[in-house]
Design a protein around this ligand. Structure first.
Ligand SMILES: Cc1ncc(COP(=O)(O)O)c(C=O)c1O
Length: 448
C-alpha cells in the first residue's frame, strides 16, 4: 500500500529554528536608514519591533531555540502533514511523485500562524500591550489575531481594501479571535486619510496598509508593529516547515528533485526551501522554483535595488527585487501575492541563481486549484494555486523523466470561495504587467 500521509509525532516537532543568513553565498545586504542611507542598527528599529525579534533579524547563529511557550501553541496543529498527492498524479498521468506540505491545517488556515505565534510571544515578553499590522489576503491578519489572543495582547489589523471587500468572512474570523479590523486606506491614520483624499476609490495595496500599521505603532507607546513576511525573523520562524518536511521525506524514503512554492513576500517558500539549501550548496541536485503572478512580477521583471517596504517611505531601505514602493498591483484574486517587494533573503537566492523565479497567469492557477480540489479534496488558497499550477507544469513536462516534487501547500481557500465564484462566472482575467508600467513604477526608487 502506498503511504498517503507522512506524519511526525508531537515529540518530533523541531525545537530550534534554522537561520539561513550565515549560509547565503555573498550574504544579504544590510537594511539602510531611510534618512542617512547608512546601515541601520537594531536600536533604530526598537520603537516598532521588540529586541528579541531584532536580534533574530540580524543574527549570525545558524540555530535558534524555539521558546517552550511558542512550541506549546505551535503543537495545536504542528507537526503539519506531508501528503503524497497520488490522486493528482493519477489525474495528470504522470510518473512523477508529487508531495505537498500542508500548512493549511493551522488555525488561521495557512503558514502565517508559524510566525504570528513567535512574534506575539516576543512582544508579550517585552511588555508590549498591543500590536498593529496589515493584511493582504487576510491570512496574516487572522494568524496574528489568533496569536495575540493566545498571549493576551490587543491587535489592530489594516486590511487591504480589495481583500476586505472580497473576503468578508476573514473579518468575522479576526473578530472571533478578538482583533479590531479596518479596511485600508482607512480614516484611522493620517496617511490613510491622505490616500483617501488623493486616490478615492483605490483598491489599496499592502504597501499602503503597512504604512498605516507602522504609523499606528509609532504613534502609541503601548503598541508595536508586526509584519507577516519579507523580514529575516519571519523567514526564520517559517523554517520549521522545511525542517519538518526534511524529516518527513526521509521517513518516506525519498528526497525531492524539485521544491516549489508561491512567493508574495517570500516567507512560505523560504520556510520550505531554506533547510534544503546546505544540501544544494554541497552539490545535491535539487531545484528551487519560486512562483509569482504575471500581474505582480517582482522577481521575474523587477529591479534588484534598495527600496522602501511601504508607500509612505517609513520602513528601512531593503535590498531586494522590487517593482517600486508606489506600485499598486491590479486587484487580482491572490491578495497575498500583491506586494511590490520581496524578502532580501529570497532576493539574494535569486541573485545567486540558487532559486529560479517563474510567473503564471491567474486563470490557469484557478484551473489547477480546481483540479487539486477534485483530486486531493482540499480547496487551495488562490496564492497556493500558483504553486500547484507550477507543480503540474513540472510533473508533466517530460513524462519519460519522472521527478520527485515537493510543494508548499501554503493555505486552504475556504474563505476565498468568492474568488472561485468569480472564476467560474468568467469575471476573472489574466493580466501581464506591461514593461512601460514597470519602468514608470520603478522610476521613484531611492538613489543609493
Ligand atoms: C495562503 C498564502 N500563501 C502565500 C502567501 C504569500 O506570502 P509569503 O510569500 O510571505 O508566503 C500568502 C500571503 O498572504 C498567503 O496567504
Amino acid at each position: 500500500m502506498q503511504q498517503k500521509k507522512i506524519l511526525l509525532n508531537d515529540s518530533e516537532m523541531p525545537t530550534q529554528w534554522y537561520n539561513v543568513l550565515p549560509d547565503i553565498p555573498n550574504g544579504v545586504a544590510p537594511p539602510l536608514d531611510p534618512g542617512t542611507k547608512q546601515p541601520m542598527g537594531p536600536e533604530k528599529l526598537a520603537p516598532i519591533f521588540p529586541m528579541g525579534l531584532l536580534e533574530q533579524e540580524m543574527s549570525d547563529q545558524s540555530w535558534i531555540d524555539i521558546p517552550e511557550e511558542v512550541q506549546e501553541v505551535l503543537r495545536i496543529w504542528r507537526p503539519s502533514p506531508v501528503v503524497r498527492a497520488t490522486a493528482l498524479e493519477a489525474a495528470l498521468g504522470t510518473k512523477s511523485k508529487i508531495y505537498f506540505k500542508n500548512e493549511g491545517v493551522s488555525p488561521a488556515g495557512s503558514h502565517k500562524t508559524n510566525s504570528a505565534v513567535a512574534q506575539a510571544y516576543y512582544n508579550k515578553r517585552e511588555g508590549v500591550k498591543r500590536l498593529s499590522t496589515e493584511t493582504g489576503a487576510g491570512q496574516w491578519g487572522s494568524a496574528l489575531a489568533f496569536a495575540t489572543h493566545k498571549f493576551g495582547l490587543e491587535c489592530k489589523v489594516y486590511m487591504v481594501r480589495v481583500s476586505f471587500d472580497q473576503k468578508p468572512y476573514r473579518k468575522s474570523m479576526m473578530n472571533t479571535y478578538g482583533a479590531e479590523i479596518v479596511a485600508s486606506p482607512s480614516p484611522d491614520t493620517s496617511f490613510g486619510r491622505k490616500i483617501l483624499e488623493d486616490m478615492s476609490g483605490t483598491a489599496g495595496s499592502l504597501g499602503i496598509a503597512i504604512s498605516e500599521a507602522i504609523e499606528d505603532a509609532a504613534s502609541r507607546d503601548d503598541t508595536k508593529y508586526a509584519l507577516g513576511s519579507v523580514l529575516n525573523h519571519v523567514i526564520l520562524h517559517q523554517s520549521i516547515i522545511g525542517l519538518e518536511a526534511k524529516k518527513q521525506m526521509e521517513k518516506a524514503g525519498d528526497y525531492p528533485d524539485i521544491l516549489i512554492g508561491c512567493c508574495g513576500g517570500g516567507s512560505n517558500f523560504a520556510g520550505l526551501m531554506n533547510p534544503f539549501l546546505r544540501d544544494k550548496l554541497e552539490g545535491k541536485d535539487i531545484r528551487f522554483i519560486g512562483v509569482e503572478p504575471t500581474s505582480c512580477p517582482t522577481l521575474t521583471k523587477g529591479l534588484y535595488a534598495y527600496d522602501y517596504g511601504d508607500v509612505a517611505r517609513q520602513t528601512p531601505l531593503l535590498y531586494m527585487y522590487t517593482l517600486g514602493h508606489d506600485f499598486i498591483p491590479p486587484g487580482i484574486h491572490a491578495g497575498g501575492l500583491r506586494y511590490h517587494g520581496m524578502s532580501p533573503i529570497v532576493s539574494a537566492l535569486v541573485r545567486e541563481k540558487l532559486l529560479e523565479p517563474v510567473s503564471v497567469h491567474q486563470l490557469e492557477c484557478f484551473e489547477a486549484g480546481k483540479l487539486f480540489a477534485q483530486t486531493e479534496g482540499i480547496i487551495p488558497a488562490p496564492e497556493t494555486c500558483h504553486a500547484i499550477r507550477t507543480t503540474i507544469i513540472e510533473a508533466t513536462r517530460d513524462l519519460n523523466k519522472p521527478q520527485t516534487i515537493l510543494f508548499n501547500f501554503s493555505g486552504h481557500g475556504l474563505l476565498d470561495l468568492s474568488s472561485y465564484d468569480k472564476f467560474y462566472s468568467g469575471d476573472l482575467h489574466n493580466y501581464d504587467f506591461p514593461a512601460e508600467d514597470i519602468a514608470e513604477a520603478t522610476k521613484n526608487l531611492p538613489k543609493i
